[in-house]
Ligand binder design. Structure first.
Ligand SMILES: [Zn+2]
Length: 491
């Protein structure tokens, strides 16, 4: 009976506390709830180095900077290549934590390798523990889309980004007409008509031009002007669809670009020419891919290969994977091969003989300034005309989750790094606020529970005392209730 009374008092206290909590929690399986937060468009212009707007007129990027926030530059995760760094944008995890360790999928037993495009369709390559933001947003009642963004085609825990467009196999990544068609689709159709909350949009330039002609070439400058016109077109289209005050836009990139040194200017790195190194000691290799490489030596050969390569070329760095510098966050994943190689700025790693002819390359140490991408953001939730310092791109993910009002997955970034960019909000929509409300609810419920317990114990004590004093053998239900209510007034 005492227990029942305790429970009764808890129940009478709880509903008033629980009500605001229930009212503000959008259930995981609740229908689409887009009105709560502004929409978000994440755009990546592949290989747009942080300083590409310095030697070209970029009126539209400048205007976006005035209307929003610009970072000095951002630091991508290592390895600074397309799929791994884009998956960091989507998950907020360093590469060793999300496991998309390279643009190439490989199998060391069969020697099979899949190039960038074909890896898009290998679900297990992408889906290995970290959920991209599309899936998290969808699970929390939002609508997400993705156009050409790396990782779009894959299925994650049985779920894909619901609205998507994957480029055809031999897609011309530099076609400005196509870019505009895609922008019309994303803004006019997906955001405007289909009411999507989040879209990631990818452009394969100026990476292609930077590789082909070099980052300091007039061709690259021209491509940056094409990017700039495109930014103007995106913002005009946003305005024309009446979305300017409901759509936040983040524009960034996966990595930068640097000039490759060759033509007799430098002593090229060719592994087969390094004394003591022999490809017959290698079971599987991933070289001839810019400034980086990975090797799986045959059984018992690791030390021999390592010793041969170490000091084998003044601009080649060789690490056993467990010894990779911690700041690179590129050692703790089973997909990484036992030996990791990387070259100094301007050098590429060749296997048997030089087969790489790009004038520009990336994939270098992420501390190198030429590897840093740009970052711009504008929209209703961003400050105006604000320049901020550099930050790591792992922090873009928590920022995006905050803007969308969704609870992030475990990640390596922090909202505190970018919070200064945002207009201070009285918002009810962010998951942090809901978490605070939940904590308040738990706290109040605990207090109510304790009060109820004190009530029960005090009452019991008083009853026992009375029973003892009155020497009564029975206490009726009514009696007890009456006495309880008497007692309650003294609370
Ligand atoms: Zn590239």
């Amino acid at each position: 009976m005492l227990l029942r009374l305790g429970l009764l008092s808890l129940l009478t206290l709880s509903p008033s506390l629980a009500a605001p909590h229930q009212g503000s929690f959008p259930g995981v399986d609740s229908p689409h709830r887009s009105s709560r937060n502004n929409k978000l468009l994440l755009i990546s212009f592949d290989g747009f180095r942080w300083d590409y707007d310095r030697d070209v007129d970029t009126p539209h990027l400048d205007a976006m900077g005035r209307d929003g926030v610009r970072a000095a530059y951002v630091t991508p995760p290592y390895l600074t290549i397309t799929s791994p760094t884009h998956f960091t944008l989507l998950t907020g995890r360093y590469i060793e934590n999300h496991g998309v360790i390279h643009n190439i999928w490989f199998n060391t037993t069969t020697q099979e390798k899949k190039q960038y495009y074909m890896t898009q369709f290998v679900d297990s390559y992408w889906d290995n523990g970290s959920l991209p933001i599309w899936i998290t947003a969808q699970r929390q009642g939002l609508k997400a889309g993705s156009l050409h963004f790396p990782g779009t085609a894959a299925t994650y825990k049985g779920e894909r980004v619901k609205v998507s467009q994957v480029e055809p196999r031999f897609y011309e990544h530099n076609n400005e007409t196509d870019w505009r068609i895609n922008i019309d689709k994303v803004i006019g159709q997906w955001f405007s008509k289909e009411d999507l909350d989040f879209v990631s949009l990818y452009f394969g330039e100026p990476d292609g031009t930077g590789h082909k002609y070099g980052p300091e070439s007039p061709e690259r400058q021209e491509m940056v002007q094409q990017v700039d016109r495109t930014v103007g077109y995106i913002r005009d289209t946003t305005r024309n669809h009446g979305l300017s005050d409901r759509l936040n836009i983040i524009i960034t990139a996966d990595h930068g670009m640097t000039t490759v040194l060759r033509n007799g200017l430098v002593d090229e790195i060719i592994l087969s020419e390094i004394p003591g190194f022999d490809f017959r000691d290698i079971k599987f290799q991933l070289v001839d891919y810019g400034p980086t490489g990975m090797l799986l030596p045959r059984e018992g050969m690791l030390e021999k290969v390592y010793q041969a390569l170490k000091g084998g070329h003044p601009h080649l760095h060789v690490y056993k994977k467990e010894d990779m510098p911690g700041r690179l966050h590129y050692s703790n994943h089973p997909r990484l091969l036992p030996l990791i190689l990387f070259a100094d700025q301007g050098y590429v790693i060749n296997g048997f003989f030089p087969v790489q002819f790009n004038k520009g390359e990336h994939g270098y140490d992420n501390q190198m300034m030429d590897m840093k991408p740009f970052f711009r953001a504008a929209g209703p939730d961003f400050q105006k005309n604000l320049a901020v310092g550099p930050f790591e791109t792992v922090n873009v993910y928590p920022l995006m989750c905050h803007l969308l009002g969704i609870k992030p997955e475990v990640n390596d970034g922090s909202l505190e790094v970018t919070r200064q960019m945002l207009v201070p909000k009285k918002d009810q929509g962010s998951y942090e606020n809901r978490d605070i409300q939940w904590e308040v609810f738990i706290g109040l419920t605990s207090v109510a529970g304790i009060l109820a317990l004190v009530f029960v114990v005090t009452t019991a004590h008083a009853m026992l005392k009375r029973t003892h004093m009155d020497r009564r053998s029975e206490v009726t239900h009514e009696d007890l209730n009456e006495k309880e209510s008497d007692k309650q007034t003294s609370f």
